[in-house]
Design a protein around this ligand. Structure first.
Ligand code: NAG
Ligand code: NAG
Length: 484
């Protein structure tokens, strides 16, 4: 593909800042000398949790759309996501390998990426529709492109009742049923019996229900108090260390199980995984541009290659990350050795490389987000860690943890969804979401229709599904309705 580096037709700002100019020059030099057989990084997709927010009150059983309180991002939360945006800039746009723990094949810089947002295909930001994720995306973009933050939009996926990409945890009855039956299991009952005293002590202080399935709500308030992000005068300061650890471990155990493999957590992350792999595939095998001689507008370019972006941000929630890890077959303990839930501002990175043999390959990295000491979330030495390639790939892993894209696709076949319709059916969501209602009725919802029309190459939009049937139009599979 030929990148389009022409500036959009808007007012120029008098050149790049020195750092950006240096980075561009360095990248140009690297591109000029790169051997054709070296691995190249083609695309990075970043899926992160929002930053620290005010306390959240979830439905005790499983959160359902509309049942959460309106939590708002805090100043620490803005800073966490700003830090993450800066880190992504340093590693992937400015090539700072020292910020990556573990082997890096061919340097971490994105091939042909520029340090400024030039064309829509440079970067795409997608968020769930809530205040805390939208504000997190804004902070991330400010760290990523400090000089042109006003120009980069964050797209919202469907409205909350239809957001099966980033908030599927609130929309999937099949998953909810599964979790509710797990609450009746022997393992759950044993955990209940073993934690009666802890739960009753701390829930009572907060005036909360002490049920084990409500424990996230207790933990959340204790956590925010402990890190002085939202102090609560009903709680002691400091919280005794042994109690704090027990409170935390219980929440980790509960949430990890809710979105883990045994409780079909892939239903929560499987539509997002379908989207991620489809976008990687589109980037790896770009359609031949019909207008490579130039002359197209940026808008036309984006329509020709609607799924191709070098860098994509998904601003999401911890259940999104847990469900995605489950869909990928990566146990939480692989990325969080202490079993901790994805902290505020943590992120999973899915990198698409052109491997030395020319085949597209994936690698995953993890950013642990909110550090624990001395102050939550403001770690000075934030670094990306490689995710164990064997876990992603089984025995097919090669140098630097690279795993052929085809292999990841094959390994996750039964745990991902390529259309709204497929996901709605797997989740037994028939009427909860308008998009699923539409799919069931055999018509496309307005948002899916609009999306598909924009991405189609002239054929009439297909009805009957609220999403493309898997494989029907491979290049456009799972055009899941990003509201533009
Ligand atoms: C980078 O740009 C060069 C020159 O335009 C082009 O030949 C090459 O294919 C590009 N590489 C990628 C990965 O986009
Ligand atoms: C990666 O995972 C594999 C399979 O679980 C394991 O055998 C190996 O020791 C792990 N490597 C590292 C560096 O943790």
């Amino acid at each position: 593909m030929a990148p389009d580096h022409r500036s959009p037709p808007r007012r120029r700002r008098g050149g790049l800042p020195p750092l950006a100019a240096a980075a561009v020059a360095a990248l140009a030099a690297a591109a000029a000398t790169a051997s054709p057989t070296a691995a190249k990084l083609l695309q990075v997709q970043v899926i992160h949790r929002h930053g620290a927010r005010t306390p959240l009150y979830k439905d005790a059983a499983v959160s359902l759309a509309g049942y959460e309180s309106g939590a708002t991002l805090l100043a620490d939360g803005v800073e966490q996501l700003h830090t993450l945006g800066q880190l992504v800039r340093k590693v992937y746009l400015e090539d700072e390998s020292k910020l990556v723990v573990g082997e890096v094949v061919g340097g971490p810089a994105l091939a042909n990426a520029t340090a400024a947002y030039k064309v829509p295909s440079d970067f795409r930001a997608v968020s769930s529709s809530l205040d805390r994720t939208l504000a997190s995306s804004r902070a991330f973009i400010y760290g990523l492109f400090p000089d042109d933050q006003q120009r980069v939009p964050t797209y919202m996926f469907h409205d909350d009742p239809d957001d099966y990409l980033l908030r599927a945890h609130a929309l999937c009855p099949a998953h909810t049923d599964r979790v509710r039956s797990w609450y009746e299991s022997v393992a759950f009952k044993e955990k209940e019996a073993a934690t009666v005293e802890l739960r009753s002590t701390w829930a009572t202080k907060l005036g909360q229900a002490d049920d084990l399935n409500n424990w996230f709500n207790v933990y959340d308030q204790v956590f925010l108090h402990h890190y002085r992000q939202w102090p609560n005068d009903k709680l002691p300061s400091p919280i005794p260390a042994a109690d704090y650890k027990a409170i935390e471990d219980l929440a980790y155990w509960l949430e990890d199980n809710k979105y883990g493999a045994d409780n079909l957590g892939h239903l929560v992350g499987g539509a997002l995984l379908g989207e991620l792999l489809e976008r990687a595939r589109a980037m790896a095998n770009p359609p031949v541009a019909s207008d490579s001689a130039g002359g197209s507008t940026n808008a036309a370019q984006d329509q020709d290659r609607p799924r191709m972006h070098r860098l994509i941000e998904y601003s999401a929630h911890y259940p999104t990350l847990l469900g995605l890890l489950t869909a990928l077959g990566i146990p939480l303990s692989t990325v969080q050795p202490d079993g901790a839930l994805p902290h505020f501002g943590s992120a999973l990175f899915l990198e698409l490389h052109s491997a030395p043999d020319g085949r597209p390959a994936l690698a995953a990295r993890w950013y642990p987000g909110q550090d624990t000491e001395p102050r939550a979330g403001l770690a000075a030495d934030a670094r990306l860690r490689n995710v164990n390639g064997s876990v992603l790939c089984g025995d097919g892993v090669t140098t630097g943890g690279l795993c052929p894209l085809d292999k990841v696709t094959a390994r996750t076949e039964s745990r991902r969804y390529a259309s709204a319709k497929a996901w709605c059916e797997a989740c037994d969501n028939t009427v909860e979401s308008p998009v699923c209602f539409a799919a069931r009725a055999g018509v496309a919802s307005a948002a899916d229709l609009a999306d598909r029309t924009a991405a189609s190459d002239g054929g009439s939009p297909r009805g009957g599904g609220g999403g493309l049937a898997r494989g029907a139009v491979a290049a456009l599979a799972f055009v899941g309705g990003i509201v533009e």
